[in-house]
Write a protein that binds this ligand. Sequence first.
Ligand code: AMP
Length: 533
Amino acid sequence: MKVLGAMQDWSMRVTAIIDHAAREAPTREIVSYWADGSETRTDWAGIHRDAKKIAQALLALGIGRGDRVASLAMNHSRHLVSWYGVAGMGGVLHTCNPRLFDDQLEYIVNHAEDRVMLYDAAFQPIVDRMRDRWPTVEHYICFDSGAHALAFEDWIGAQNGDFAWVEGEERDPCMLCYTSGTTGNPKGVLYEHRSTVLHALAGLQPAAFNLSASSVMLPVVPMFHAASWGLPYAGAMAGIKLVFSAVNDPAVLHGLMEREGVTDSAGVPTVWLAHFQYCDAHGLELPRLRAATIGGSAAPRFMVERLMKNGTRVQHAWGMTETSPIGTVGGPTHDWDQLSFEEKVAKTAMQGRPVFGVELRTVSLDDMETELPRDGASSGALQIRGPWVIKRYFKADEDAARPDGWFDTGDVGVLHPDGTLQLTDRTKDVIKSGGEWISSVELENAAAGHPAVAEAACVGMPHPKWDERPVLFVVKKAGEDCRAEDILAHLTPLVARWWLPDAVEFVDDIPHTATGKISKKDLRARFADYRLG
Ligand code: AMP
């Protein structure tokens, strides 16, 4: 006879996270700095209470299980309330990126068939512009003003909070986030209750974000981008204090870090760079953070070094919207104490190691099949699988992952024997010259080290003999000058000789995507007629 295990059914739903936080850390604070400069304070018990009220208020509007509720909002406690409340009434919160272009905003809201739009007053112009193009949206509720729509506090204030969460399956969806889509239309990634709980459990462990009850986290990474890296969920599990800012001004962030005793923060490299520049311009010290998580783009070496010199543990993380997003996170390796400071910086500038729950492998770029050794040298297409990795895009006809689970990330990297991932490029951007691969990212990073360079982007241009050859596009720093020969001389000791760009072109600007990454697609389109001789 088959013997079954004898443990309990305990549904892995997002509501269990907020119930836990309200029970175990009820008075741990959630601070919000608003766009008008005001500050409010609540706590996990308050978030729990208001999440129940928003769930009641949505049901009262006739919103039901599986329906999509959109948010167009920055980071603050009311946005957090909607994260838990929408999931708690069985709905799906669709976090929209307000930096998307109008056509993309039109596409994603219609594709998601959002029925309610919760938004910040700062985005009233977007709402006014888009209203007629969003026919599925029946209700508009403004998080922080009652001037043009129903005000959030009045709306949920009409409810008593006496509500039992809607029950359901672990595999039910709870959140929807669209990728910014460097090609074609944005694609929806539908997170489940179970995947969200597992991902948050992975996120709080020491090998990842290392959260505990003593953590005070200011997540700069927006709540509309890849679920703010899962921090508002992992933070609730650990009962941390959360400090939100609805504005990304480094002066505001710096003030909040000092005043609120922030120990941890997380953001893309440009956020950290802006913070450095603010501190330098005002003769201020960097905040003495315990840990800084950097992800979304590669953390430059000087950034890692400066934070580490300030006594901050740098958690360089790699992930994508399709992976919830945690894939790898940097932290001390087994040989950490034996490494020199320089070696520690070099290791931290790589993308860290996979947390338990995801598997990584690299395969040959030539056939996209042959698995490559983890030898710290072989560079290949990065694939990932695990319970919080996408299987199929929302409403797609076919799976995005292979039948055996492997999902092609579109990234190119090297795996080291100790598990460290080192990203070297995107599959679409890697340059094939005479049958050999050249990393466009390594050329860009090397060029960015030249003192006159503000930004550099490298793309492969068609070449009659070599198939493709690298061309470097450079934006000079204001008031600085340099010539193509200077850049090439700077690159010569840093890269293999045959990697040296065939041309260096100076441009006024380099196009970016809505999430602030260099858009090589737009750069290529701009130089569609470019020819190398
Ligand atoms: P998104 O889905 O918009 O968050 O973009 C995910 C992509 O960002 C990844 O596929 C990588 O190309 C890039 N990315 C994320 N984290 C890093 C990192 N630490 N270093 C380099 N690239 C990164």
